[in-house]
Write a protein that binds this ligand. Structure first.
Ligand code: 6LW
Length: 499
């Protein structure tokens, strides 16, 4: 059959996967957003359904100090004796894991592990649990570090050993350990999560090494494919299916144009077949990831489903919709096909703030969205394409003395500009339309049967290459006022996002 990469589109980076029974479970990074660590389920590896998040409580997810792209970095998911574990880094606090015996239920409070480095991973064998990260050992050596931990308490039980230094690329990270046919395989990423990203692998007869690099490293990279739209392939995890086939999920990003080195919708989750043959490992198409993959490993009648039109009815707060740091209590209300947002003083431009905002990922480079703003609350409400607090494009409605203004506001770094502005009637709903193209966004609105052209802006200004960081564009709804206890909500209805 033929499937398309990415298999999970939009800002879902650093995927990790495990299999339990006949189902696969996958998690990704979430940075400064709440809830943390999106959790997906699949029966076939190419159709993934988000079933929730792993970190759903403030006690699991302290994000007060999390600026853009801080917070939760790459997670690893594993299952051992029917118990699921998710281990990750909260960048301001350290490494921790949580566990659950019910994948559809709540996860435990964090169990902190006194180990440094990012991208922690767990490996279970013979009643023992090994913890690895890209850390530093007691001798000051750094690389992939490994030790045994007590999985009940998180306590480090053994000496920390640097087991591999990689193949020489910068930023050796995302270590994962596996055992295939009695040989240990250690997989990691190198090159950094940009255009030089790659996946490398080593093997050993012993769990603590020494690890020898396989013959054909990097086993996966798109760094040498000039002009190919899918770039930055790296940071992977392996899983074996019921037929003994091995697959890798990994991140990659789609450039906005073949020769335009910008990506705005974040790092996404891809899937490639892998074959391990002793000291050689074959991944994807000749060690690269293609947008289209033909495989005999999946049945010909399997269909890769397209995203349905997104509405308020088929999405949920805290599932697809996420918040910046925390949703303040009582500022969000969902009723059937309507969303009520109670504005606060915090603004989209503010760092370390808690604006009234809920966002959902832009999942494809091309598409369109529309939503009705029935009321704009005390002061201001709108729609934003949000990369971070310094990079966003907003269509807003604001009350003025005796009327209202419809406007477009754009923040690009230290430029924060209202680019278009119209006086509109004091009453009546506003329909906002945004068209997503690869190179630009087009904005318009309709009020009382009259259409307002709010112009176009280049998508590159919301890209990672311009904004920096590790996230991707969210389609957000927001409300703002001059007081924090407003009881007049902005009201949104009839949302449609189509790709
Ligand atoms: C993550 C690191 C990486 O922890 O980027 O792509 C960092 N790889 O492994 C943030 O996602």
């Amino acid at each position: 059959m033929r499937y398309q990469n990415p298999v999970i589109t939009g800002f879902y980076p650093d995927p990790s996967v495990c299999k339990y029974g006949d189902k696969y479970y996958l998690v990704t990074s979430s940075f400064q957003y709440f809830p943390g660590v999106p959790l997906f389920e699949s029966e076939d590896l190419i159709n993934w359904t988000q079933i929730g998040h792993v970190l759903t409580r403030k006690s699991q997810l302290p994000l007060e100090d999390a600026s853009n792209s801080d917070g939760i970095y790459a997670p690893t998911i594993r299952v051992n004796n029917g118990r699921f574990y998710m281990v990750t880094t909260n960048i301001a606090k350290g490494n921790f894991y949580v566990w659950t015996d019910d994948i559809y239920g709540e996860w435990s409070d964090p169990v902190w592990v006194e180990r440094d480095g990012i991208d922690p991973s767990l490996y279970f064998e013979d009643g023992k649990c090994y913890f690895m990260s890209n850390g530093t050992d007691a001798k000051g050596d750094s690389g992939v570090t490994q030790c045994e931990i007590d999985i009940e308490t998180g306590k480090v039980l053994s000496e920390v050993v640097t087991v591999w230094h990689g193949t020489g690329g910068r930023f050796l990270e995302s270590p994962h350990l596996y055992k295939f046919k009695d040989t240990y395989y250690l997989m990691a990423a190198e090159g950094g999560t940009e255009y030089g990203h790659m996946v490398v692998m080593a093997y050993s007869d012993n769990i603590y090494g020494p690890f020898t690099a396989v013959k054909n490293n990097p086993i996966l990279t798109n760094r040498n494919l000039g002009g190919y739209e899918l770039q930055g392939c790296g940071h992977g995890d392996l899983v074996e299916d019921n037929n003994g086939n091995i697959w890798m999920v990994h991140l990659g990003f789609r450039q906005i144009g073949k020769w335009l080195l910008y990506h705005n919708i974040g790092r996404e989750t891809c899937l490639v077949p892998v074959t391990i043959a002793g000291d050689e490992v074959y991944a994807g198409y000749k060690g690269t990831t293609t947008l289209t993959i033909d495989t005999e490993r999946l049945p010909d009648d399997l269909v890769q489903k397209k995203d349905p039109v997104t509405t308020f009815k088929n999405t949920r707060p805290g599932r697809e919709w996420i918040y910046i740091r925390y949703p303040r209590d009582k500022k969000y209300l969902w009723q059937d096909d309507r969303v009520y947002l109670f504005g606060v003083k915090d603004k989209l431009d503010d760092d370390l703030a808690y604006p009234t905002f809920m966002g959902i990922r832009q999942k494809q480079l091309e598409g369109k969205m529309s939503v009705t703003i029935e009321k704009c609350g005390d002061n201001e409400a709108g729609v934003t394409l949000y990369m971070d607090n310094q990079h966003h494009m907003d269509i807003g409605v604001k009350k003025t003395l005796g009327g209202r203004k419809l406007f477009k506001h754009v923040s690009i770094g230290d430029l924060s500009v209202v680019t278009d502005e119209f006086d509109i009637p004091e009453e009546g709903e506003i329909r906002v339309d945004i068209v997503f193209e690869k190179l630009q966004y087009g904005f318009s609105a309709t009020v009382g049967g009259k259409e307002y052209d709010l112009g176009k802006n280049q998508s590159r200004y919301l890209s990672t290459e311009v904004a920096g960081g590790f996230t991707g564009v969210l389609i957000g709804l927001y409300a703002q006022t001059e007081i924090d206890d407003s009881d007049t909500p902005a009201i949104f209805s009839d949302l449609k996002i189509e790709y």
